[in-house]
Design a protein around this ligand. Structure first.
Ligand code: SF4
Ligand code: SF4
Length: 220
């Protein structure tokens, strides 16, 4: 999931200074889980905006605004409120904001209400933990399912830097050294021999942006 934080309210109000009537879009998936774009957050924001003299023409929460079909259908159902608005404020990640911009047929200004932080798991204690940097060449099979690209502060692919102290990272002593974790996990599985395999440098061509995978019927 994509982790977001709400922008400071002052920043949101500043971005809306040229617009009076606001159409609010949330997100029923990641931003609801992050408590940035769910029902309660949108209601709170609506009240704050109205206290600042804005008019909220409608509040909608597509399941996943990053999916064109879902955002299109939610906007179509609320076309009257959309026509009354001067701008759309999206409480979701940058994917959601851009998807709303692309699928907003009446070309209103579309503004972000959140900052997008990272891709994450949600653990059983409710913590959001970054685990994958989307490198395009997954090596988890070699590293006992622990990602050194993301969890090692230096992104090392072939073992530790040598600076770990009592299992903690030299860059951030609060953090477990990824390579100590990988070593222990491989040792427990009796697979330490895997460490002899040299990982080749990452092919950074695979992370040239923007990346795209075309639908089968759009491929030449
Ligand atoms: S190696 Fe790490 S960053 Fe790359 S795809 Fe696998 S989990 Fe993601
Ligand atoms: S101490 Fe461990 S996690 Fe930290 S930079 Fe060195 S190898 Fe990476």
């Amino acid at each position: 999931m994509i982790i977001t934080e709400q922008k400071p309210f002052g920043e949101i109000i500043d971005s809306l200074k040229d617009y009076k009537r606001i159409f609010l879009v949330g997100c029923g998936e990641c931003a609801t889980t992050c408590k940035t774009g769910g029902k309660e957050e949108l209601e709170r924001l609506r009240q704050e905006l109205e206290r600042q003299g804005k008019v909220v023409t409608a509040t909608v929460i597509p399941d996943a605004p990053c999916i064109a079909s879902q955002v299109k259908s939610e906007l179509a159902k609320n076309m009257n409120s959309l026509r009354q608005a001067d701008a759309i404020l999206v409480m979701a990640c940058g994917l959601g904001v851009q998807s709303v911009r692309e699928n907003n047929r009446i070309a209103l200004a579309v503004l972000p209400g959140c900052n997008s932080l990272f891709g994450s798991t949600l653990d059983s204690q409710g913590n959001f933990c970054e685990k994958c940097s989307l490198c395009g060449e997954c090596i988890l099979a070699e590293t006992a399912g622990i990602c050194p690209v993301t969890l090692c502060s230096k992104g090392l692919l072939n073992g530790p830097c040598g600076g770990a102290n009592k299992g903690k990272c030299e860059v951030d002593p609060e953090k477990d050294c990824a390579w100590v974790m990988i070593y222990k996990e491989l040792q427990a599985k009796d697979r330490l021999g895997q460490l002899r395999k040299i990982q080749q440098p990452k092919d950074h061509k695979k992370t040239i942006k923007p990346r795209k995978i075309l639908a089968a019927n759009n491929q030449a």
